[in-house]
Design a protein. Structure first.
Length: 143
C-alpha cells in the first residue's frame, strides 16, 4: 500500500469513529426581559419622525449653504462663473478664507477671472460733472 492510500484509509477510519455533533447548549442561560428593552410604538414612531425631519432639514441646510457660497463668490465679482470655486463651508464664516481661495484659484487658472470691467473706465453716465465757473475763478484771484 502506498503512503497516499494509507493516509486515505486513516482519514476514513477517523471519520467513522467521530460522533455527530450534539446540539449546542447555551453556555449561560440568562433570561432576557424583552419588556425592559422595548419602547411603546407611539414613542418609536415619534422618534423616527423627528429623525426624518432632522434629515430633511440637514439636506435643506446643505443646499442653502451651497447657494449662499455661490452668491458670495458671485458678489465678489472676481470669477466669470461663481460655480468654478468648489464649495467649502469655511468660506461662509470667514471672508478671508474666501478671498484666499479666490486668489489661489485665479493664480492657478487665470482664465476663470471675470472679464467685466470695474471702476471708472471713462464711459457711460458719470455722477461727477465738473463745470468751469469763470466768475468763481476771478473772484478767487481777486482776493
Amino acid at each position: 500500500m502506498t503512503d497516499t492510500a494509507a493516509e486515505n484509509e486513516i482519514v476514513e477510519t477517523d471519520e467513522q469513529h467521530l460522533e455527530p455533533d450534539a446540539p449546542a447548549e447555551p453556555a449561560d442561560e440568562q433570561t432576557v426581559d424583552d419588556d425592559a428593552d422595548t419602547f411603546p410604538r407611539a414613542y418609536v414612531d415619534k422618534l423616527r419622525k423627528e429623525a426624518a425631519d432632522a434629515r430633511v432639514k440637514a439636506k435643506d441646510r446643505d443646499e442653502i449653504a451651497a447657494r449662499l457660497h455661490t452668491s458670495l463668490v458671485a458678489a465678489s465679482g472676481r470669477l466669470a462663473d461663481p460655480s468654478d470655486l468648489p464649495f467649502d463651508e469655511a468660506h461662509l464664516s470667514d471672508p478671508d478664507a474666501l478671498t484666499a481661495a479666490l486668489d489661489e484659484l485665479l493664480a492657478r487658472k487665470p482664465h476663470l477671472a471675470s472679464r467685466r470691467p470695474v471702476g471708472d473706465i471713462g464711459q457711460g453716465v458719470s455722477a461727477v460733472t465738473s463745470s468751469v465757473d469763470l466768475a468763481g475763478i476771478l473772484r478767487h484771484n481777486a482776493n
